[in-house]
Design a protein around this ligand. Structure first.
Ligand code: HEC
Length: 125
């Protein structure tokens, strides 16, 4: 019984810490959208990569932030992933960063096709 109570207390403290870490950073407009992507039609390797993205990129803000952000082309993802991994305590190692990069690049071409193409064209000018 004592053990159960202790475990409950520890998980409450942990949950609380996680919540306040997220609140601390405030909200962005993209936080309001969906916090998941339907990857059921994505290739197997991208489905696996999605898991890495979902676990690593939801630590400090909800996953809805990157999912609904206006970033689409590879250099944008490179820039933002690097920025996120350099934040203290990000827990994002170079290998996961690469996997997340591959996922977001692929996902943008599928889910943000129009934006992706528009941005690519603008870049070439
Ligand atoms: C260590 C905490 C932390 C982790 C982990 C993290 N982020 Fe962030 N993220 C932030 C903070 C804080 C902001 C607010 C803007 C800033 O400080 O750069 C942010 C903002 C963002 C934004 C909005 C940037 C803008 O200015 O429009 C995007 C997109 C984003 N994160 C994507 C990601 C992705 C993708 C990952 C996983 C690779 C990730 N984040 C992991 C802390 C984190």
């Amino acid at each position: 019984m004592i053990k159960i109570i202790l475990m409950a207390m520890v998980s409450l403290i942990f949950l609380n810490k996680n919540l306040s870490a997220k609140e601390e950073f405030g909200e962005l407009p993209y936080d309001k959208g969906s916090d998941r992507i339907d990857v059921s039609k994505y290739p197997k390797v991208m489905q696996e990569a999605y898991k890495v993205f979902a676990s690593k990129c939801s630590k400090c803000h909800n996953l809805s932030r990157p999912i609904n952000s206006p970033y689409a082309i590879p250099e944008e993802w490179e820039r933002y992933i690097k920025m996120m991994m350099r934040k203290p305590g990000s827990g994002i190692d170079p290998k996961s960063a690469k996997t997340i990069y591959e996922f977001l690049k692929y996902d943008s071409q599928v889910r943000k096709r129009e934006l992706y193409e528009r941005k690519l064209k603008a870049r070439k000018k």
